[in-house]
Design a protein around this ligand. Structure first.
Ligand code: PEP
Ligand code: MN
Length: 337
């Protein structure tokens, strides 16, 4: 249920929050530009009891949230969510490009890539330290050492970095060093992991599962918000279809659809979506025009030597070309880098 406040005074809000909690619900305060609402979420069966709050002074009305995703939907919060990652604004008319290698492979590789992507205009560094590989015999990442190297490359370039967490017990140690935590496609419905990142104070980059519907994607984001973490980026990275020429099929319609359903920022990863470096720039441009708030791009100084995902990785000069080619499109859609 949404409790729409008639007052924006702290004491009035606190009073209504305490009444919601007395009824056994969790209260999530959502302060929008136009109004303050409190989303009361919990056991669906007793929700009629919340209706009685309508009689309180300072409460304008109590309305049900019809969508299954309560906190991530536009019903609870009309305005786009805008937040900051190490000084980089996400959403709100800013376009953010995250770039870097699939995996951190060595100190030289991550430092060289970080400098190159920064020079080209990227504002967040990516790199996998813990890799969720299809085969247990494939490179599994440099793990803890990879995190230290990312921190070093981030500090050397002034770029915040995002890296993936694959198990709940890694979350606190990764959150100590990373600026944003990534939940990969394979873990989109790992509910224990979603709850664990939901309890941190680090933004979460949530990738769509390769066989997940939009509704399931939003319900996964709901797990994170329901634990108190409001800073989530949704990333469309392609879904599995009958097509085998591309690694996945980029579901571009997910972008405007998600923008309609949720206030959370929406990014596109054309690297994992296509699997081929020569398809990355065209699909990155399409993502800008479709209304994405940002991109995630795999870049490697020598893709032919990459430990993972070399075929879809851009060389630094191609990445520079991508940045140049999206610039006029950003001007058309009214966004700034
Ligand atoms: C990644 O970004 O490194 C990755 C493994 O992507 P995905 O989870 O989308 O496959
Ligand atoms: Mn990859």
């Amino acid at each position: 249920m949404i409790i729409v406040m008639a007052s924006r005074k702290r004491e009035d809000i606190d009073y209504v929050v305490s009444r919601i909690e007395e009824l056994g619900y969790n209260a999530h305060l959502i302060e929008g530009e136009q109004r303050t609402v409190i989303a009361a979420v919990g056991d669906e069966r007793g929700k009629f009891r919340l209706q009685s709050l309508e009689s309180l002074p300072h409460v304008e009305k109590v309305v049900p949230i019809l969508q299954p995703f309560k906190l991530v939907g536009r019903e609870a919060k009309l305005d786009d969510t805008v937040f900051n990652i190490g000084g980089v604004q996400i959403g709100g008319g800013r376009f953010c490009v995250i770039a870097g290698p699939c995996s951190v492979e060595s100190r030289e590789q991550i430092l060289e890539t970080a400098h190159a992507i920064k020079e080209a205009g990227a504002t967040i560094l990516r790199g996998g330290a813990y890799k969720p590989r299809t085969s247990p015999y494939s490179f599994q990442g440099l793990e803890d050492e990879g995190l230290d190297l990312l921190r070093e490359a981030g500090d050397a370039t002034g770029l915040p970095f995002v890296t993936e967490v694959i198990t709940p017990d890694q979350v606190s140690s990764v959150a100590e060093r990373a600026d944003m935590l990534q939940i990969g496609a394979r873990n989109m419905q790992n509910f224990g992991l979603l709850k664990a990142v939901g309890r941190t104070n680090k933004p979460v980059f949530l990738k769509r599962g390769m066989m997940s519907t939009i509704n399931e994607f939003l319900m996964s984001a709901e797990y994170i918000l329901s634990e108190g973490n409001k800073e989530v980026i949704l990333c469309e990275r392609g879904i599995r279809t009958f097509e085998t020429e591309t690694r996945n099929t980029l579901d571009l319609s997910a972008v405007p659809l998600l923008k309609r359903l949720t206030h959370l920022p929406v990014f596109v990863d054309p690297s994992h979506a296509t699997g081929h470096w020569d398809l990355v720039i065209p699909m990155a441009k399409a993502a800008v025009v479709a209304g994405a708030d940002g991109l995630m791009i795999e870049v490697h100084p020598r893709p032919s030597e990459a430990f993972s995902d070399g075929a879809q990785s851009l060389k630094p000069e191609r990445f520079r070309q991508l940045m140049q080619e999206i610039a006029p499109l950003l001007a058309i859609v009214g966004k700034k880098l």
